[in-house]
Design a protein around this ligand. Structure first.
Ligand SMILES: *[C@@H]1O[C@H](CO)[C@@H](O)[C@H](O)[C@H]1NC(C)=O
Ligand SMILES: *[C@@H]1O[C@H](CO)[C@@H](O)[C@H](O)[C@H]1NC(C)=O
Ligand SMILES: *[C@@H]1O[C@H](CO)[C@@H](O)[C@H](O)[C@H]1NC(C)=O
Ligand SMILES: *[C@@H]1O[C@H](CO)[C@@H](O)[C@H](O)[C@H]1NC(C)=O
Ligand SMILES: *[C@@H]1O[C@H](CO)[C@@H](O)[C@H](O)[C@H]1NC(C)=O
Ligand SMILES: *[C@@H]1O[C@H](CO)[C@@H](O)[C@H](O)[C@H]1NC(C)=O
Length: 478
């Protein structure tokens, strides 16, 4: 969108509201930042993008799990063969940990630890399957199945499949049957405490819980990864990013029973390009702030996505009582199809069997842009900005948003949310600027201050109470 337009748009605002010049200047700076927000895609990790292994392998040392006694019949336990092959791979420069095609290797919970020798490639062309019985799972590794850590400069690639065999885990989840105890389940693939990581072409499916977790990493590139778990499998997030910086996900297709991508605390510089999501719960920042924790997520860009048949489209979710902030997010060029909550900020998130009390503290949400977002919504509230009464959301920017519903009834819900739109905004989001005028034109402040003075909002409580219950904000995944 053209800057001139923004400037004249804000010029109009200034004329109407008579705002002081330097406040307007801050707004323009904020808008320019949001419009141009980008995540550096350095080439550091490209160094490892060697052509597919030829017979000569360009001087690479091939470490085939079969040479270490792996059977690959899907029944024999190949864990020790994988551990031994890893040990050799990790200590050999220029080596390739190779899982050959055409076979299925049963591997129990395993930690593949670095640091390793330089130029490591993990080539997975066959299938790796997890034992399917939760009762026999190693209690020391309840949250991980295949876990890679402390690697610096590594390429995961191949046409293979990582299959968590999760169906018994799902059935034993408390979300499936309330009489089950609530307990964690393993993540299929974890890459932890690593840098310069590339993951290309793999399929991760049927995870016990989250499919793929990137934690405490720097400089990660994930491309052409397919994630697939049934739409009703509990908590099977597609790609979960935590405490990681400079991560690019591109050309991925993700269908699961939970978030397509979830980005949580300590993450910054996250870019997503050309994603296909559905079924599942959509693309999420959060949840953040659970149990009064601090959650910080900054600089997130989603450019080009198709989101189909999901519970949410673009979501930011935070618990009552948290602290920290989400700041500097741009969602753009997104097409939605039959999504229940296409655009949603939910600061009353409560994914717990117990109800959650409202509190005065909350994770602060500001500088969130939605640009060129279109498609169809299942619920009438195509846009929901449900923000904390004591810590309002501010600088929500909508530009060229067009969300339709079959019967034509669409609306925007705001609670304690401030922002503005330009270009087409349908349904109208006037409720973003019908809030307290002081809030709207206030100077950006330190995000650590709790803005109790902004808790006024112009919504009439009676109208709110009269609202139909059926379309109320979904606060829970239960
Ligand atoms: C790994 O290999 C080294 C030799 O390279 C050996 O000393 C060590 O015992 C091996 N560790 C395991 C767990 O096999
Ligand atoms: C839930 O689990 C209990 C105890 O295992 C079982 O008796 C019951 O049939 C289950 N309910 C459903 C709906 O599966
Ligand atoms: C949030 O992330 C920061 C930065 O990585 C970390 O130091 C902190 O412990 C994390 N907080 C929680 C509650 O996980
Ligand atoms: C969070 O803080 C509130 C208010 O101080 C307190 O009542 C509540 O017990 C805290 N919750 C947890 C999980 O620490
Ligand atoms: C808007 O987003 C759609 C869907 O991703 C895309 O096809 C289209 O080219 C975008 N329009 C502009 C003007 O960028
Ligand atoms: C929390 O506050 C929101 C916004 O004011 C309100 O809609 C909701 O009913 C409150 N929830 C509880 C449990 O009090």
């Amino acid at each position: 969108m053209d800057k001139l337009f923004i400037v004249s748009f804000l010029g109009l605002l200034i004329a109407v509201h008579g705002v002081a010049g330097n406040m307007l200047y801050d707004k323009i700076v904020m808008l320019e930042e949001l419009e141009s927000l980008d995540i550096e895609e350095d080439n550091e990790v490209e160094l490892f993008d060697v052509p597919f292994l030829t017979s000569e392998r360009g001087g690479k040392v091939l470490v085939n799990v079969d040479s270490f006694g792996a059977v690959g019949d899907g029944v024999s336990d190949d864990t020790q063969a994988f551990v031994n092959a890893w040990n050799t791979t990790c200590s050999t420069v220029n080596s390739v940990f190779f899982v050959p095609p055409g076979r299925s290797y049963l591997v129990k919970a395993t930690k593949f630890k670095g640091p390793c020798a330089d130029k490591l490639i993990i080539q997975i062309d066959g299938t790796i399957v997890a034992p399917d019985e939760p009762n026999n799972w190693d209690p020391k590794s309840l949250r991980n199945w295949l876990s890679f850590s402390k690697l610096n400069g590594v390429l995961f690639q191949g046409h293979g499949v990582i299959d968590g065999s999760g169906s018994k885990w799902w059935a034993s989840s408390c979300k499936k049957n309330k009489t089950n105890p609530c307990r964690g389940a393993p993540t299929a693939l974890t890459i932890d405490s690593s840098s310069a990581v590339r993951v290309k072409g793999l399929t991760i499916q049927n995870s016990q819980q989250m499919n793929f977790v990137i934690s405490r990493c720097q400089s990660v590139r994930v491309s052409e990864v397919l994630v697939s778990s049934p739409g009703d499998s509990p908590n099977t997030d597609g790609i979960h990013i935590t405490e990681s910086t400079n991560v690019v996900l591109q050309d991925c297709k993700i269908g699961t029973g939970d978030d397509c991508v979830s980005i949580v605390n300590g993450s910054s510089g996250i870019k997503m390009k050309r994603l296909f999501c559905g079924p599942g719960h959509g693309i999420s920042i959060g949840s953040l702030g659970k149990d009064n924790s601090t959650g910080i997520v900054t600089k997130v860009v989603l450019d080009t996505a198709f989101i189909s048949e999901t519970a949410n489209g673009l979501r930011i979710k935070t618990w009552q009582g948290g602290s920290g902030y989400v700041r500097g997010v741009r969602f753009e060029n997104v097409r939605m199809e039959n999504v229940a909550n296409p655009i949603i900020i939910d600061q009353f998130y409560c994914d717990s069997p117990k109800s959650c009390q409202n509190q005065t503290a909350a994770v602060q949400i500001s500088q969130i842009m939605y640009r060129n977002i279109s498609g169809t919504t299942k619920s009438s509230k195509a846009m929901k900005f449900a923000c904390s009464d004591t810590v309002p959301c501010n600088n929500i920017v909508l530009s060229n948003v067009n969300l339709e519903r079959k019967d034509g009834t669409v609306e925007t819900y705001c609670n304690s949310a401030q922002g503005f739109g330009y270009g087409i905004v349908h349904p109208s989001a006037d409720c973003l600027n019908s809030q307290d005028k002081d809030t709207m034109f206030a100077e950006p402040r330190s995000d650590d201050i709790v803005h109790t003075e902004h808790c006024l909002n112009s919504q009439d409580k009676d109208t709110m109470l009269a609202e139909p219950r059926s379309d109320d904000i979904v606060h829970t995944e239960l």
